[in-house]
Design a protein around this ligand. Structure first.
Ligand code: FAD
Length: 158
């Protein structure tokens, strides 16, 4: 097996903008996702320079944090919520089995399910079933419409 990963780069209009960090992605505070020089600007998703794994799973957790913090900024308050670097990579290791790796900043494991159900460090058929059959309708009808309960933003200091 050969696993090839092309270099990840930000789009030109981001890379050449005053918002860019040295990496070319949009500079952010890793926790609040607020721009360090322009406090009225937040970034999330693949374009932001936070050190999490660039996944839709990360953007899904970042979005409510940015929503809460942007509203706070509009009200003249400091950011209220923080992001812990959560991301998820479903790693296909054979037909019918994946490793559902879920982790945050620094590689800390952040499983969504109890270990007896899904061990995120081992290949499992249930993880495959989740990714292949259960999650697609959940993505379209739940997550993308903001209808879910597992992404409540963490309040700073709580
Ligand atoms: C092969 C593959 C498999 C993946 N599998 C998974 C997975 O299983 N789980 C997971 O969580 N993540 C997965 N990801 C990662 C996930 O797709 C990204 O992290 C996610 O899409 C990032 O969302 P985003 O909105 O930040 O960026 P994007 O989805 O890239 O959206 C950016 C949008 O901006 C548009 N755009 C770009 N330039 C301009 C411009 N100048 N003007 C206007 N619009 C512009 C683009 O067309 C695009 O629609 C995978 C990625 C790839 C490539």
């Amino acid at each position: 097996m050969i696993h090839v990963v092309p270099p990840q780069v930000a789009p030109d209009f981001v890379r050449t903008s005053p918002l860019a960090a040295e990496s070319g992605f949009i500079a952010v505070n890793e926790a609040t996702l607020q721009h360090p020089r322009y406090p009225n600007i937040y970034a999330l998703g693949d374009a932001c320079a936070a050190s999490n794994a660039k996944t839709a799973a990360a953007a899904r957790k970042q979005a409510p944090v940015v929503a809460v913090n942007a509203l706070a900024t509009l009200e003249g308050k400091p950011p209220l919520a923080d992001y812990d670097g959560y991301g998820s990579c479903p790693l296909t290791v054979e037909a019918g089995k994946i490793v559902l790796a879920e982790f945050g900043y620094g590689g800390t494991l952040q499983p969504s399910f109890p270990n007896w159900l899904i061990d995120g460090t081992r290949p499992s058929r249930l993880s495959w079933l989740l990714k292949d059959t259960i999650l697609p309708p959940v993505y379209w009808h739940g997550m993308l419409k903001g209808r879910e309960w597992m992404v409540k933003p963490h309040r700073i200091g709580a």
